[in-house]
Design a protein around this ligand. Sequence first.
Ligand code: MG
Length: 254
Amino acid sequence: SQAESGIPAFYGDPPNAHHPWAVHDGNRPQPEVVTPGTFSSQEQPGTPPSDAVILFNGADESNWVSAKDGSPAKWQVNDGLLVVEPKTGDIQTKQQFGDCQLHVEWAEMPDVQGSSQGRGNSGIFLGNQYEVQILDSFDNKTYVDGQAAALYKTKPPLVNACRKPGEWQAYDIIYNAPRFDEHKTIVKPGYITVLHNGGLVQNHTEILGETAYDSPPILKPHGAAPIRLQFHGNPVRFRNIWLREIPEPQPVRP
Ligand code: MG
């Protein structure tokens, strides 16, 4: 029995993992080898891991289009930075993504202007509709479910980990998209986890629906979607944007 063998009941994969491998099975396939990235400093961005999809590396915004009409993105690319350009609207990736690990670095302008939601507002929309808020929340009070690193209108961050305006900040986001069946019924909730400047601020937060500012979250069926960056009239700067796609779990045994 398990008690006699000393092996805990939940040792290793759970009993509903449909794979044929024994514990410590030498025939189980090895994970892909990747070259890890490097951390960024204030002075310069790090390098992405070798299996990353590069969305912005300082060269150009060719992986992005205007969200409103699909024309080439019209934000500024200056000195290796992607900068929100007045009167241009949101931009979104050409490519569509499902589950992913997304890395985004952003900085507010050092000369503080505006207050509350009007100070350094942008945002990252996972699934093209669930906003992880970007805001200058350093010494800038606003409603807590709309401050930096909030899942907008859904959940405030666990802590306020904002750096001073002008300093580079990082989001590392794990996005698990909600799943819907052929009847457009949700069969698995979606979740968002966020690390802000390396600290956990959203821990597997359940997605309740689209994070429009003026209406309650409503969950609508969708599949892979672009990642969108928000134009909110403030000149937020970005650098070093990349993601790693998370493969769909595949049962090995039918
Ligand atoms: Mg925003």
